[in-house]
Design a binder for this molecule. Structure first.
Ligand code: NAD
Length: 243
């Protein structure tokens, strides 16, 4: 299938995990895909451009470069994100600022730079990577959950603002997905294999969500297959906390 033939997509955090799986899927369906990442080391046919979503100049330069090189921009996947652990006492103000800056303002910066170009596309879509942490009330995730709660609300507000100009905005909300990020967390446990088994056993479908499954949901929301869908948060969590 070639839902994205002739279209240009950017995926932030596109060099690892969910972002890389999404970049590969959109590319396999016909898009020219640019991974914007701190470490944009991706294989052909993906294009990597270094960008830091917490730096407005870096974001603007990267989006300008995409449009200069490829002539258009149709799809934005706001996926770059970082984690934080602990209750509300665990993180300093500087840590709160940093995580909110990357996870929330990062999406604002990329969207702001991309919107003038998306307005010219007949098939414009923004998909934000939220998390079930936005509404699940997970323990020891105060800062991360707050950041994703903001992504949830931002997605609804952006959808309302931009649907009339032909730009659909939606989000996916993964449960625990098997990515390098989660691998790093498991590796820091005293017994990573036992920790993984316990985590899998807690999932209703008995396993972690795959990055490809999240990518599938993102591709659906980015494609004309979801042409009348805007302001939706699509849970990809095996039914654990799904809306
Ligand atoms: P990952 O760590 O494998 O990949 C994240 C990518 O983002 C990395 O390539 C990293 O270099 C990039 N990145 C980080 N900060 C950046 C910045 N300032 N500018 C540009 N790029 C930056 O992580 P993942 O598990 O694939 O997570 C991707 C997204 O999915 C995140 O928004 C995360 O919150 C969300 N998510 C993940 C899970 C999960 O269980 N893995 C669950 C729910 C939501």
């Amino acid at each position: 299938m070639t839902e994205f033939e002739g279209l240009v997509a950017v995926v932030t955090g596109g060099a690892s995990g969910i972002g890389l799986a999404t970049a590969n899927l959109l590319s396999s369906r016909g898009a020219t895909v640019v991974a914007l990442d701190l470490n944009p080391d991706v294989k052909d046919p993906l294009v990597g451009i270094r960008a830091d979503v917490s730096d407005d100049d870096s974001v603007k330069a990267a989006i300008d470069e995409v449009v200069q090189r490829f002539g258009r921009l149709d799809v934005v996947v706001n996926n770059a994100g970082i984690g934080a652990q602990g209750d509300v006492t665990a993180n300093t103000d500087a840590e709160w600022s940093k995580v909110l800056d990357v996870n929330v303002l990062g999406m604002v910066r990329v969207s702001r730079a991309a919107l003038p170009h998306l307005r010219k596309s007949p098939s414009a879509a923004i998909v934000n990577t939220c998390s079930i942490a936005a509404w699940a009330g997970l323990p020891q995730r105060a800062l991360y959950s707050a950041s994703k709660g903001a992504v949830y609300s931002l997605t609804l507000a952006m959808a309302a603002d931009h649907v009339r100009e032909g730009i659909r905005v939606n989000a996916v909300a993964p449960g625990t997905a098997d990515t390098p990020w989660v691998g790093r967390l498991l590796d820091s446990a005293p017994d990573p294999a036992a920790e993984r088994a316990a985590l899998e056993a807690r999932q209703p479908h008995g396993r972690l969500v795959s990055a490809d499954e999240v990518a599938g949901a993102i591709a659906y929301l980015a494609s004309p297959l979801s042409g009348s869908t805007a302001g939706t948060i699509l849970a990809v969590d095996g039914g654990m906390y799904g809306l």
